[in-house]
Each structure stands twice: as structure tokens, then as C-alpha cells.
Design a protein around this ligand. Structure first.
Ligand SMILES: NC(=O)c1ccc[n+]([C@@H]2O[C@H](COP(=O)([O-])OP(=O)(O)OC[C@H]3O[C@@H](n4cnc5c(N)ncnc54)[C@H](O)[C@@H]3O)[C@@H](O)[C@H]2O)c1
Length: 268
């Protein structure tokens, strides 16, 4: 018996990185998974890989800032798999760093839209749908929001990302309380990864700017590793395992929690 058998899940940003690993972990443990992403080729390949291993998955193109597309993704889950129990709000971007004095309002708004508005829209449409399948008992519902260590602690030159991920942290708690008080049987928790070796972090390493100085990707990687007491960057499965736990009924007494998976980054 899989740890999330009988559940239908949507994972946004499932084409690569943490979303891909989470979609595959949920499917391996018995969930039927809707993979959504802007990247159609890579997203479809993830759904196909799951199906080739005997799992149940589909892909739908989805821009997480578009409310009509959220409605379509939720309907897709209900039409294809007969319900919805789990939503992983994972899609996001790491914008180019830079001081507040030099950021444009346009780039600030883009980051807030993709990293925070998207989670609001996901919670809104996720709760509306999931409560139909969980409010009267049966399989529990779970919404999992990808925040970051940068939703807990500040970093210079990351004001937009800090603000968005800090917003995700508290939006999660509002949603958790609303669902608990309404008796929806939906838990809402956030995950706060340290630096994990995904395409997002590889891009950041290649950009290689530390406090205004350009450094090479290898030097940048060493600098990041030094910030993690465990002595390495994380791997995507280490976040997928946390998401799987929160999606499953093993975490049935957790709501509004911050699950920090950061190799000790925020411990010092
Ligand atoms: N990798 C890390 O170190 C790290 C650390 C903390 C938090 N996070 C968060 O985890 C999440 C996943 O990060 P990742 O490292 O896997 O990133 P990634 O860049 O490797 O993958 C992100 C995926 O999201 C998709 N995406 C981007 N914008 C989208 C949009 N508007 N609509 C739909 N899909 C969109 C991309 O196409 C991509 O497939 C993000 O929210 C990120 O902020 C990552």
C-alpha cells in the first residue's frame, strides 16, 4: 500500500527540479498526479516517465499567475482522476539579484506575481476543490507551499524573493487556520529548503554575483556550501521526501507548520 494511495495531487512547476522529484515521489507512493508547468516538453516527459514506471500522471500546460488556467488545471484533475486531495504550490523563479535602490517596480512585481500571487491563487482554487472530497472524512487534504530559507531569514540583494517567500510563509498559516476552522480536513504547510542542486540553483551559480562581485560557478558553489553546516547542497529528493510526508496522512496533526530542510543553514 503506497503512502498516498487513493489521493489525487497537482504539482506545479513539475517539469524539473523540486517539482519533478515531488511528482515522481507522490506517484511512486500511489497518488495520481497532475503535473503542471509552462515548459510543455519537459513537463510531458515527466508525466510520461511516471506512466512508464506504472504510475498515473498527466501533464497540463499552466501559467501559475493566470487564474483561468488554475480553474482549468483543477477541472483537469477532477475530470481525469475524479477528485483532488493534494496541491503542491512549487512553481517559482529566482530573480536576478540586486540592491533595492536599483530594482525596477516591474521586476519586483514579476517576482511577487510568480512566487506569491501564484500561491494565493493555488490556495484559493485548491481549497475550493479539495474540500469537496475531504470535508466529510475519508482521505485527508493537504496543500504544500514551497517557501524557502529566504522566507525565514533575509539576504541582501534578494528583497523581492525574500518578500515573496516570507509572504508564502504567513499565507500558509492563514490558509491553515481557515481550513481548520471551517472543518475542511485540509492541512496547509510550508517547506523551507536550503540551496538544493536544481536547474534554478545552477542558473544562479552561473550568474555568480556575490555582494556585487562577479565570481565563477565553482567558487560560488563553494561559498554556498560553506553556508550549510552539513557541508553540501541538498538534492531534490530530500525536498520531495518532505513534501511526500506532508501530503500523506502520516503528518495528520501538522498544519500551519514550517518544515525547514536546509542542511542547518538557518540553525546558526
Ligand atoms: N532549488 C533551491 O535551492 C530552492 C530553495 C528554496 C526554495 N526553492 C523553491 O522551490 C521551488 C522549485 O524550485 P526549483 O529549484 O525546482 O526551480 P527550477 O527552476 O529548477 O524549476 C521550476 C519550475 O517552475 C516552472 N515555472 C516557472 N515559472 C512558472 C510559471 N509562471 N508557471 C508555471 N510554471 C512555472 C519552470 O518552468 C520550472 O520547470 C520554487 O518555488 C523555488 O523558489 C528552491
Amino acid at each position: 500500500m503506497g503512502r498516498v494511495s487513493g489521493k489525487v495531487a497537482i504539482v506545479t512547476g513539475a517539469a524539473k527540479g523540486l517539482g519533478e522529484a515531488t511528482a515522481k515521489a507522490l506517484a511512486r507512493e500511489g497518488a495520481k498526479v497532475v503535473c503542471s508547468d509552462l515548459d510543455e516538453a519537459a513537463g510531458q516527459a515527466v508525466a510520461d516517465a511516471i506512466a512508464n514506471e506504472g504510475g498515473a500522471a498527466t501533464f497540463i500546460r499552466h501559467d501559475v499567475v493566470n487564474e483561468a488556467e488554475w480553474e482549468a488545471v483543477v477541472k483537469h484533475a477532477e475530470d481525469r482522476f475524479g477528485g483532488l486531495h493534494v496541491l503542491v504550490n512549487n512553481a517559482g523563479i529566482a530573480p536576478e539579484g540586486g540592491p533595492i535602490e536599483e530594482k525596477t517596480l516591474e521586476s519586483w512585481r514579476r517576482t511577487i506575481a510568480i512566487d506569491l500571487d501564484s500561491v494565493f491563487l493555488g490556495c484559493k482554487h485548491g481549497i475550493r476543490a479539495i474540500k469537496k472530497y475531504t470535508a466529510k472524512g475519508g482521505a485527508g487534504g493537504s496543500i504544500i507551499n514551497l517557501s524557502s530559507i529566504l522566507g525565514l531569514v533575509g539576504q541582501p540583494n534578494a528583497s523581492d524573493y525574500n518578500a515573496a517567500k516570507g509572504g508564502v510563509r504567513l499565507l500558509t498559516k492563514s490558509a491553515a487556520l481557515e481550513c481548520a476552522e471551517a472543518g475542511y480536513n485540509i492541512r496547509v504547510n510550508s517547506i523551507h529548503p536550503g540551496y538544493i542542486d536544481t536547474p534554478m540553483v545552477k542558473d544562479a551559480l552561473n550568474r555568480g554575483v556575490v555582494q556585487g562581485q562577479q565570481v565563477g560557478p565553482n567558487e560560488m558553489r563553494e561559498l554556498l556550501i560553506m553556508m550549510h553546516p552539513i557541508g553540501r547542497l541538498g538534492v531534490a529528493d530530500e525536498i520531495a521526501n518532505a513534501a511526500l510526508f506532508l501530503a500523506s496522512d502520516e503528518s495528520s496533526f501538522m498544519t500551519g507548520s514550517e518544515v525547514v530542510v536546509d542542511g542547518g543553514y538557518t540553525t546558526r
